[in-house]
Design a protein around this ligand. Structure first.
Ligand SMILES: Cc1ncc(COP(=O)(O)O)c(C=O)c1O
Length: 443
């Protein structure tokens, strides 16, 4: 996202660069941009440049930047009770728990609240281990589950490598990556079946993103997730669905799991849960799992578990999704977005694949037409410098569209409030930006 050289940083950006670490970065490469305003699906930098937020920041601003009900709920809760310890409750926390039982699939019913996606995953890992009495977690290579020690250990992508060896018992499986893997998506499942058999009743849970997010928007075949649940249960393991990115309308359904009609045993959420207006994570479980902790201690907690202001934001966010029919709307607008991205693919030889569901799409690039020849590799993700994919995103940014990218894929995940006209505007800038990758192709 760095569009300016160091000498162009303003006073605030310089202060930030000197005193604040940039995330996931070589600090010498960090070029902070000061954002001074955000409205609807747009945000504005300190120089007055306006951007369409085509990725909802980190695929989390599902309500856009002007959700007045959420803002009001935050202000009211801050006035009333800004904080109480987790051994107390508040109306916001209790009602948000009830609301999550309502909107999550099947019989998922009891929630542990935290403040982020990674904490939601940490809680899921511990609950699965405590409940089953087993110690291993099977997750997949093309996955991201968070930055803290347990979550980074079950993460498959290269961000894990610097923290290895990590948590014992974190085992990786192949993914349903139709475009790039040598394994057919359904074959990859039978491999997991075999893995679980060979691990011999020691696996607490299989943990997956139902639709892989930052590792490239990988949508499995319809029958994949139901069969995965069956395989996990056949081997006495739980299914944990990490809905941190796919949840809350992103896919045109409440959750990625809903796309496949599956109720996992444990589900993790964050990001869209509060529309990113407050740091809020949640881990919800079935009644059977909840029951276990009636007489077995839940040895887990945080000072900010169930923070009243965050819970008030979460409750208002879910009410906003419901009152404004944003889930159904995302499904409809998503059809339009998908069609517009297919047009881009037809017009640009460097677009190898577009895929997605709802308002959750990936544009994967190739440097040789008709072949899978990525410009950006997994190694690049943790190396210095920029790739052609970074350059395409930078070009789009210079023309007023912010789009996140990861390894070899541009990630399109705008606020669910985006209009078709705003999609057209952003697609037009992507159309111009993809000329950069077209020009960089190998003959
Ligand atoms: C699927 C998934 N799980 C977990 C996380 C971690 O969430 P957080 O960054 O809030 O800790 C992310 C973040 O992108 C994610 O996409």
């Amino acid at each position: 996202m760095s569009h300016q050289s160091e000498s162009e940083l303003n006073a605030i950006e310089r202060l930030d660069k000197e005193y604040v670490f940039g995330t996931w970065s070589y600090q010498s490469e960090v070029q902070p941009t000061q954002i001074t305003d955000a409205d609807g699906v747009r945000f504005t930098d300190a120089d007055g440049n306006e951007f369409i937020d085509f990725s909802g920041q980190l695929m989390c601003s599902n309500l856009g930047h002007s959700a007045s009900k959420v803002k009001d709920a935050i202000n009211e809760q801050t006035e009333k009770v800004p904080y109480v310890a987790p051994n107390y409750t508040t109306e916001a926390r209790a009602k948000l728990g009830e609301k999550l039982a309502e909107v999550t699939p099947g019989n998922l019913s009891k929630t542990f609240f935290s403040t982020s996606g990674t904490e939601a995953v940490e809680a899921a890992i511990k609950i699965a281990k405590f409940y089953t009495g087993k110690e291993k977690i099977v997750s997949r290579y093309r996955s991201y589950h968070g930055a803290t020690y347990g979550s980074i250990s079950v993460t498959g992508d290269p961000r894990r490598l610097a923290s290895e060896p990590g948590m014992p018992g974190a085992i990786k499986a192949p993914d349903p990556y139709a475009y790039g893997s040598t394994l057919d998506p359904m074959e990859s499942l039978e491999y997991i079946d075999e893995m679980l058999m060979l691990e011999g009743d020691s696996v607490a849970a299989v943990l997956v993103e139902p639709i892989v997010g930052s590792n490239g928007i990988l949508v499995p075949p319809e029958e994949y997730l139901p069969r995965l649940k069956e395989i996990a249960h056949d081997h006495g393991a739980l299914l944990i669905c990490d809905e941190v990115m796919a949840g809350f309308g992103r896919t045109g359904e409440w959750f990625g799991s809903d796309v496949f009609g599956v109720t996992p045993d444990i589900m993790t959420m964050a990001k869209g849960l509060s529309g990113a207006y407050q740091p809020l994570g949640a881990t919800i479980v079935t009644p059977e799992i909840a029951e276990h902790f009636e007489e077995n201690m839940l040895t887990h907690g945080h000072t900010y578990a169930g923070h009243p202001v965050a819970c008030a934001a979460g409750l208002a966010a879910i009410e906003t999704y419901q009152e404004e029919n944003l889930i159904e709307r995302a499904a409809e607008t998503g059809e339009y977005l998908g069609a517009r991205l297919e047009e881009l693919a037809a017009a640009h030889p460097s677009v190898g694949d577009t895929r997605g569901v709802g308002l959750f799409h990936g544009i994967e690039l190739t440097k040789r037409e008709g072949e899978r020849a990525p410009f950006g590799t997994r190694e690049d993700k943790v190396s210095k410098g920029s790739t052609v994919v970074d350059e395409v995103a930078a070009e789009a940014y210079d023309h007023g569209t912010y789009v996140a990218n990861m390894i070899n894929t541009l990630i399109v995940a705008p606020p669910l409030t985006i209009t078709e006209a705003e999609i057209d505007e952003a697609v037009e800038t992507l159309d111009a930006a993809l000329k950069v990758s077209d020009a960089a192709m190998e003959g």
